[in-house]
Design a protein around this ligand. Structure first.
Ligand code: ADP
Ligand code: MG
Ligand code: ZN
Length: 475
């Protein structure tokens, strides 16, 4: 089986950050009691007419530009017909042919290896409602989510490992969240993916039969589900069993995929253009305007953090791929031009405090300017790293000025050479035996003297200064 390779293509669904739904004015946000965000359009009443949300078109086009796609002047909505209790109209409204965006690509990196993954298409569609099973033995339908705006991003079958698929999903997530195309919340199902997996003997051009694993809602699940699926298919071939084209589910507790139903083909859906919606026509000026609003993307930001700020690859990736962390970091650097010091403080203290108190960086009382101020007083030698570490939790929860805090609590390092010299001379005078031994060559005793000086200054002496003063006076 070592001569087999996996072929993987992803279909990623992202809920667009529009305030209202795709074809009506009902609120698109999470929350609300069951069926409170519902009108005649999104509940599929006969004769109710949909109207397209312009913001959704803008966000879909921007996603297309960020993923290097062609954005079509002309695209169409079709009806994708199927029956399900949470689909009141009996069809999903989805772009079939042509979709809004086509033929793009995205570069990913796995183990330092860059790879380009093709993007087949991006289309807009509305989401379905939700069945809630088991309440008093009944199944209930909640249509709040019905009609919310989605884009589906379909990749070419270009990935060859679970790690590549997870990297692709991460990269798309980082791009779309940094542009506010989607909030990317995976727990609420606002960013999820279907993984298509097949295997074939290495070197063969034709693809094998694929299984499609539905609704994977974390990077880890994508990785685990695909790994399992590849080994399952290899085992089928070894046992001489056929691989059937089917839809499977991932059971994340057991870490296995399970057959759900045989896979339908496009013709099963009886697609036809939705007669209630005119074609989507985007003019040149509009496209230019949307294109020009695509911001710096995470991969470019990471490069800049390495090249301009001197961060390590790991720190740069950690900071650049998260929208909140990267903007916090950049604001702190604007306040105090000490990027490496700020990165170190964020890594060692700030992000830990954020995660243990369960808040996002922008909600922190400690503003980026305050963190910058802390970095500055460390660099100026006003406080030691040790003191910074000790006072960090206080500063984090109060949001106060680090400099004022240090002055109020008299925590400032003693860097006044005159004052330190007094303490150094006193320490030598009080310990004549050790001083004599030091002069005889027991230079290890230096740390003993440093300790004495620290005790005299309640730990606030600037250690570098103490060291050099002691060496000078002990000669
Ligand atoms: P659908 O799943 O909706 O029928 P497509 O047939 O266009 O749509 O395929 C969807 C996804 O499956 C794409 O991401 C594509 O790259 C991937 N795919 C197609 N054939 C294979 C295959 N043999 N092995 C793995 N992935 C595949
Ligand atoms: Mg599919
Ligand atoms: Zn509605």
């Amino acid at each position: 089986m070592a001569n087999y390779e996996a072929v993987i293509g992803l279909e990623i669904h992202a809920q667009l950050s529009t305030e209202s739904k795709l074809f009506c004015t009902c609120p698109a946000g999470f929350g609300g009691g069951p069926n409170e965000h519902v009108c005649e359009v999104c509940s599929g009443m006969p004769g109710a007419l949909p109207r397209l949300n312009e913001k959704a078109v803008e966000l879909a086009a921007q996603a297309g530009y960020a993923l290097n796609c062609r954005v079509n002047d002309y695209s169409l909505f079709s009806r994708k017909n199927y029956f399900y209790p949470d689909l009141p109209g009996g069809y999903q409204t989805s772009q079939y042919d042509p979709p809004i965006c086509e033929r793009g690509h995205l570069d990913i990196e796995v183990d330092g290896q860059a790879k380009r993954i093709g993007i087949t298409r991006i289309h807009m569609e509305d989401d379905a409602g939700k069945c809630v099973h088991g309440q008093g033995g009944q199944s209930l339908v909640d249509l709040n989510r019905q009609g919310t705006a989605l884009i589906e991003i379909v990749s070419d079958p270009d990935m060859r490992s679970a790690a590549e698929a997870a990297a692709f999903m991460r990269e798309v997530h980082a791009i779309l969240t940094c542009m506010d195309v989607t909030d990317g919340n995976m727990e609420e199902g606002n960013f999820r993916c279907d993984a298509n997996v097949s295997i074939r003997p290495k070197g063969r051009a034709a693809f094998g039969t694929r299984a499609e694993i539905k609704n994977l809602n974390s990077f880890r699940n994508v990785q685990k589900a695909i790994e399992y699926e590849i080994s399952r298919q290899k085992a089928c071939i070894e046992d001489g069993d056929p691989i059937v084209q089917e839809t499977r589910l991932f059971d994340s507790a057991k870490q296995i995929t399970l057959s759900m139903r045989s896979k339908e083909d496009a013709h099963d859906y009886r697609y036809f253009p939705n007669p209630d919606l005119p074609p989507v026509i985007i003019d040149h000026a509009q496209k230019e305007a949307w294109f020009s609003r695509v911001p710096e993307l995470p991969s470019a930001r990471k490069r800049r953090f390495v090249d301009k700020f001197g961060l390590s690859e790991e720190d740069a990736a950690l900071f650049a791929y998260d929208k909140h962390i990267s903007s916090y970091f950049e604001e702190a650097v604007n306040a105090c031009n000490e990027p490496k010091r700020i990165a170190a403080l964020m890594n060692s203290e700030f992000l830990r405090e954020c995660s243990s108190s369960g808040i996002l960086p922008p909600q922190s009382k400690m503003t980026p300017a305050r963190l910058g101020e802390l970095a500055k007083i460390i660099d100026q030698g006003l406080i030691s790293l040790r003191t910074a570490h000790d006072i960090f939790p206080d500063l984090f929860s109060s949001g106060g000025s680090p400099e004022e805090y240090v002055r109020e609590k008299s925590l400032a390092q003693v860097s006044d050479a005159g004052e330190l010299e007094k303490a150094v001379l006193a320490a030598i005078e009080e310990n004549p035996a050790e001083a004599a031994a030091y002069k005889d060559g027991k230079t290890k005793l230096l740390s003993f003297f440093v300790g004495q000086v620290m005790r005299k200054t309640a730990g606030k002496a600037n250690p570098a200064l103490v060291n050099s003063l002691l060496q000078e006076k002990l000669k």
